[in-house]
Ligand binder design. Structure first.
Ligand code: SF4
Length: 230
């Protein structure tokens, strides 16, 4: 069996042990593919990044925010707030003032609502639509028959690099992605130089909830489980 990391196949999850704070996790019984065991060098090197003061503080605030998303009740641990509030609280903790929204034209209404909510909470909001620049799709080699609106219509390309560069040039403290397509989001993330998070991912058929299809993979989306033919 290969020892390439395969955490999804882990039977034990020993990296998330239920032990006292004074005890030490043990990986003696971990599977061969366990990166906690086989990638010690990478772990040591990457964890040293948290020694940088700014990174450590950002990570600390993220974990404090995570903690505050739960509450202990007589009925057990309960969740408290949706992601939009988690995002707002995290931005407040970091004293971010100027937020950037990079949104898909297909979610312009949602982006407008989010912008209004953020402004109401006292943030300055800079927003950039994926079509900014109105560059024709032909610029990146799209053929007329590959245009969604038809070969005879002008069709602006999704332009995530420009979205990222505009937000970079506006010196926003924190960028928030709303609904960019797969691949366009990849480019935005590659070119965005400010800290960023994702509020929503696009899923055209599930109301932007991609896991809905995963949950239904035993039934209505059983085609997901059909192996790819060789
Ligand atoms: S890191 Fe190791 S113990 Fe944790 S889930 Fe992955 S394989 Fe399992």
């Amino acid at each position: 069996m290969s020892n390439k990391p395969q955490c999804v196949k882990c039977p034990r999850m020993l990296c998330y042990p239920i032990i006292a704070a004074t005890e030490k996790p043990s990986f003696e019984e971990a599977p061969r593919f366990c990166p906690s065991k086989s990638k010690q060098d990478v772990i040591e090197r990457s964890v040293r990044e948290y020694d940088k003061e700014e990174i450590r503080e950002f990570a600390r605030l993220a974990s404090v925010q995570e903690f505050q998303c739960y509450e202990k009740t007589p009925n057990g641990l309960m969740t408290r707030i949706p992601r939009i509030e988690e995002t707002i609280q995290f931005a407040q903790k970091n004293a971010f003032k100027r937020l950037g929204l990079a949104f898909c034209v297909g979610l312009a209404g949602e982006a407008r609502m989010v912008s209004g909510i953020l402004e109401g909470k006292g943030f300055e909001v800079i927003s950039v639509c994926c079509k900014a620049g109105a560059i024709p799709k032909e610029r990146i080699g799209i053929r007329p028959e590959e245009k969604i609106l038809g070969p005879d219509r002008y069709e602006s390309m999704c332009n995530p690099i420009t979205q990222a560069e505009i937000l970079n040039s506006e010196d926003v403290d924190f960028a928030i992605l709303i609904g960019l397509c797969v691949g366009h989001d990849t480019l935005f993330i590659k070119y965005c130089k400010v800290p960023m998070t994702v509020l929503a991912v696009k899923d055209r058929v599930t109301g932007h909830n991609p896991l809905a299809a995963v949950y239904l993979s035993q039934s209505y989306y059983a085609r997901l489980l059909i192996p790819a033919s060789a």
